[in-house]
Structures are given as structure tokens and as C-alpha cells.
Design a protein around this ligand. Structure first.
Ligand SMILES: [Cu+2]
Length: 173
């Protein structure tokens, strides 16, 4: 955590796994007074399906920070287990984890959401992962809100401003 203390903007580039390969997106974490603003833009979410026959609805989608920055797919039927459980540095019940986010609403596959949290600063989230789930988070079931399978994952990293080289090209270092 200390090594990243100077990073005031973090980013995660989200990619869909085998259950939802069309998902793409990014999440930007920007330090502001008292906490972090989080800007999420995601496309390629699956169409909403209402709950039926005892199954959970598909969407709105549970959305969290998970504790391990590893988006290895692993089992294609139950992907992204390598990312571990919810990031929960202050040992709170689910619903109040630092990594508990609002659900993502799909608008014909597109979700755009901006919100504020005072539970962490961007530098503290670096090296964790961000996860989109198949089902809604009920903010009640422990330890993960019954949000179901993991559709898409991204690793949170410090955002490096693109630099202009002498030849006019941009690069990231
Ligand atoms: Cu999750």
C-alpha cells in the first residue's frame, strides 16, 4: 500500500470471461476530498432476464473489488476464482465491505455509473481486482451477496498519464 501512496488515479480495464466474452469496459478511481470517485463504463453486458423457476435474475449485476489482482479464468464454467473473495480490509459484514459497490444496470448492454465512496483511496485499491457478476447483489447474504458467477474481471493499477515523446507519439511507461 505504501509503495503506491502517491498514485491519485487508478484504473482497471475490464474484460469478459467465458460466460460473457462481449464485456469490455473500464473503471477509473479518482482521489477527491474524503475518498474516491469511481467512474465505470461497461459495454457488452448480457440482456436482463427476470427471475424464474427459482433462479436468480440475470442483472442488474453485482459489482465488487475482490482481494487478489489475478484475472486468470481457471474453470470456464465457474471462472475468475483466482481473484479471491471481496476486498474487506476492515473486516466488515457484506454490504459494508470496502469493495462492495452499487449494482451495474445494463441499458441494452451498456452501463455507465459514477459514485463516491469514503471507504478507500485509489492507491489502496491498486493490485486488487474488479469483478462483474451474473446476478444482483442482495447486500445481505454472507459473504458475497449471492451475486452468482463471475462474468468479467480487471486488475486495478495506477493510471499513468500518456506522455508525448519528441517524435509526437504517445507512450505509457
Ligand atoms: Cu464479487
Amino acid at each position: 500500500m505504501q509503495a503506491h501512496s502517491s498514485c491519485s488515479t487508478a484504473v482497471a480495464y475490464i474484460k469478459g470471461g467465458p460466460l460473457a466474452p462481449a464485456i469490455q469496459g473500464n473503471v477509473v478511481f479518482q482521489e477527491v476530498q474524503g475518498g474516491t470517485m469511481i467512474y465505470t463504463y461497461v459495454t457488452g453486458l448480457p440482456p436482463f432476464q427476470p427471475a424464474e423457476q427459482g433462479k436468480d435474475p440475470i442483472g442488474p449485476h453485482g459489482f465488487h473489488i475482490h482481494e487478489i489482482g489475478d484475472c486468470t479464468v481457471g474453470d470456464p464454467e465457474d471462472p475468475f476464482k483466482a481473484a479471491g473473495e471481496h476486498w474487506n480490509p476492515t473486516n466488515q459484514p457484506h454490504g459494508n465491505h470496502a469493495g462492495d459497490f452499487p449494482v451495474l444496470f445494463s441499458n441494452n448492454g451498456i452501463s455507465y455509473m459514477v459514485f463516491f465512496t469514503n471507504k478507500f483511496r485509489p492507491a489502496q485499491a491498486i493490485g486488487k481486482s474488479i469483478m462483474i457478476h451474473q446476478n444482483p447483489d442482495d447486500y445481505r447474504s454472507q459473504p458475497a451477496g449471492d451475486a452468482g458467477k463471475r462474468l468479467a474481471c480487471g486488475i486495478i493499477q495506477c493510471y499513468q498519464q500518456p506522455q508525448v515523446q519528441a517524435n509526437g507519439r504517445y507512450y505509457r511507461y
